[in-house]
Every structure is written in C-alpha cells, then in structure tokens.
Design a protein around this ligand. Sequence first.
Ligand SMILES: Nc1ncnc2c1ncn2[C@@H]1O[C@H](COP(=O)(O)OP(=O)(O)OP(=O)(O)O)[C@@H](O)[C@H]1O
Ligand SMILES: [Mg+2]
Length: 237
Amino acid sequence: MPPVEAKDVVKRFGSREALRGVSLKAAAGELVAVIGPNGAGKTTLLSILAGIAKPDEGQVNSDGGAVGWIPQQAALYRRLTVEENLLLFARLEGHPNPRASVEEMLGLTGLAERRGEIVARLSGGNQQRINIAIGLLSRPAVLLLDEPSVGLDPRQRARLWEFVSGLAGRGTTVIFSTHDIQEAERYGGRVLVLADGESLFDGSAGELREAVRREAPEDADRDFETAFVAYLRHRGH
Ligand SMILES: Nc1ncnc2c1ncn2[C@@H]1O[C@H](COP(=O)(O)OP(=O)(O)OP(=O)(O)O)[C@@H](O)[C@H]1O
Ligand SMILES: [Mg+2]
C-alpha cells in the first residue's frame, strides 16, 4: 500500500462541493505539488489526507505510518521560546520522551542555536521552520504542507525547499499546496491541479507543460503562469 492515497474523495460543506471526486496517490520519497486557485479545495484535500476532516464519499488509505500536518498559519505561542514551543507540542502529543524529541527536531531543522529566542522575534522563515519541526515531531512517513512558502523571501524559500527536498530524499512522502506554478514545477516531482473541487491534471511538471501547450496554444509561448491561467480558463475555471 502507498504511504498515503485518496480515492474519489467528495467533500461537501452544505450545498457546496469543495471536492468532487479527487484521487491522489503518493509513493515513499515522492514530492507532490497541489496547485490551484483560491477555493480550489487544496486545504480541504490536505486536511482529509491528514485525517483532520472526513470525506463524505470516497476513501483515504495509508500504510499506517504517522502523517504530519503543517497548517498554513503556524499555531505558535509567540511569547515563548523556540524550545518551549516544541516542548509544549511534544507534551501535547504525548511523546514518551519529549525532551529527546525536541533535541532531535532542533538539530534536524537547524534551530539549535535559536532555541532560547522568543518566537515573536524570529524571521518568518525561522517561524516556518518551527512550524515544520512541530509537524515532524511524530516522525511522520508523510508530511503535508499547506502553502509553506507564503511570506518567505527568496532566500528563505530556497532554504525551506532545500530542507523539505532533503526529507523527501530520505524517504518522507511530501505533499504541499501552493499558488506558485513555478514552485510547483520546480519542486513537485508530480503536480496535481485542482480547480473548484475538480481534479484537472495529475502528472509530471513536463506533462503539465505539454497539457498547457495543447489546451492553450495561443498563450503557450508566454510565461508559464500566464499560459497556466489560460489553461484553467480553457478548462472552464
Ligand atoms: N469549514 C468550511 N465551511 C464551509 N465551507 C468551507 C469550509 N472549508 C472550506 N470551505 C469551502 O470549500 C472550498 C474549498 O476551500 P479550500 O480552503 O480547501 O480551498 P483552497 O484551495 O485551500 O483555497 P486557498 O487557495 O484560498 O487557500 C471553498 O469554496 C471554501 O469556501
Ligand atoms: Mg488553502
């Protein structure tokens, strides 16, 4: 069984269908980008994969390994230090040895020297690292990141992706959402395109370029983002 898999998932909020039969399978060590406009269903899909929300129809299967969920908004205690935040979450999660788990995460995320700093004084990039460290505390086989690079400058972004790619290189399955087509293309070994709850595309970045060229030939030679918007329009979104 793959580390995580969604089959024909439907999710409704009242009369609104946030997901209309979306499927996704990810192998160990795979990096999957979920891209699509506001309201496409990206967060809904990730939260269902994380087991936080239940689908109305369809199935979610995993091979039993832990799933780490890294929400868009870090729920950090801004007046506590880096270490205090990690310790708090390790205790909330009921780790048998919270101190050891925290030491491990401080090392893994390169935050060891910043351990005593108050979170509110850290850069957005370092706050995002703590957010990721918390998601990694349970040593998950699958890591779900909801728009992890929002608000980061290019250098912090590059460091984030270096770190996340390293995790994938060591076998963690990573599924992330983004609005940034270039980021999806660069870091997603596979790309899933969602729009209005519908799955429009699932394949490699190269295949997505081909699909965009096929569907929106008149815009294909413009930058990829413009061509992608034209592609969504052609597909009725
Ligand atoms: N708790 C909720 N109650 C009602 N409607 C919801 C709820 N959560 C999501 N929705 C609706 O479901 C749809 C998909 O939302 P979702 O947050 O998954 O989109 P998204 O792709 O993550 O968008 P964004 O890019 O803005 O983060 C939207 O129409 C949204 O309004
Ligand atoms: Mg979202």
